[in-house]
Design a protein around this ligand. Structure first.
Ligand code: NAG
Ligand code: NAG
Length: 250
């Protein structure tokens, strides 16, 4: 048997093969290039934590935060309707942390951005009696005055810190740095954050994954991440501050 390959036939085959490979060529040319593996993490986390623009100064930011905190209508709701609705839920969250050994009745505890002190009341109801709240506006006896970017407490003060206002931080590295400074070694920080929905108009940042938190808590280890239903906040992240490095004795 003899197959004769005529010149027109070969040419036709060649042209058809070129034609068929065109889509692949285009796909290759216009597909986004993959970033190098080592830079992927930091790119992702940078994009996963964005600071909202528009604050001309730190004072302007504080004024805006104060505007919410001092709102008399809101404060009324926080101390009445929300008081009864939210405290049992906070108490349940804290009880679960107790069973996981992340919180003890003997823990010295701080609630950051505590408004009127619902979280503090919840802690005290489950016998964590040495607990206090902190916010820009004090609310005695449960909440003392303080800025989470510059906590009014000494180093290594607390065994446990809780916050559900991470989204209000204009400087997330300071927010976390202050927690790590004021926690005792092996102290625990628990944050409730919103990953799947945007928080309110007073938020100063938007968080889209846990990754940026893991990077910010550089003196801590991640203990757990779990889904919660926390009044619009959907994720609980727990960190434990590392013990100080053991120095070799000579
Ligand atoms: C605070 O809020 C009120 C009412 O929304 C507004 O009129 C006022 O300008 C705000 N003040 C600041 C400092 O943002
Ligand atoms: C408190 O901690 C910070 C940061 O960890 C450190 O820079 C500072 O020197 C400490 N202050 C005291 C009084 O130990």
């Amino acid at each position: 048997m003899k197959i004769t390959l005529t010149k027109p036939f070969i040419l036709r085959c060649f042209l058809i093969s070129i034609f068929l490979s065109l889509p692949f060529l285009f796909l290759h040319l216009f597909s986004p290039t993959q970033p190098i593996n080592t830079t992927t993490t930091s790119k992702t986390s940078k994009k996963d934590l964005t600071i909202r623009p528009g604050y001309k100064s730190y004072e302007a930011y504080i004024q805006r935060q104060l505007n919410k905190t001092l709102n008399t209508k809101l404060r009324k709701i926080w101390t009445t309707r929300d008081w009864n609705r939210k405290i049992p839920v906070f108490a349940k969250f804290f009880s679960e942390l107790k069973t996981k050994n992340l919180l003890q009745e003997t823990s010295k505890a701080l609630c950051i951005g505590a408004r009127v002190g619902q979280e503090v009341e919840a802690l005290r109801r489950i016998n964590v009696v040495d607990s206090i709240g902190m916010d820009l506006v004090p609310h005695p006896p449960l909440v003392v005055e303080g800025d989470f970017h510059n906590q009014p407490f000494g180093n290594d003060t607390f065994d446990f810190e809780f916050s559900n206002v991470f989204d209000h931080a204009l400087y997330p590295h300071k927010f976390v740095g202050e927690i790590e400074r004021t926690l005792k070694p092996n102290g625990v920080c628990v944050l409730h954050v919103a990953l799947s929905r945007r928080a309110d108009k007073y938020s100063a940042n938007d968080l889209y994954s846990v990754e940026p938190l893991v990077e910010l808590f550089k003196n801590s280890v991640l203990v757990h991440v779990r889904k919660v239903d926390g009044f619009g906040l959907d994720t609980e992240v727990a960190f434990r501050k590392k013990p100080p490095p053991t120095h070799r004795r000579f």
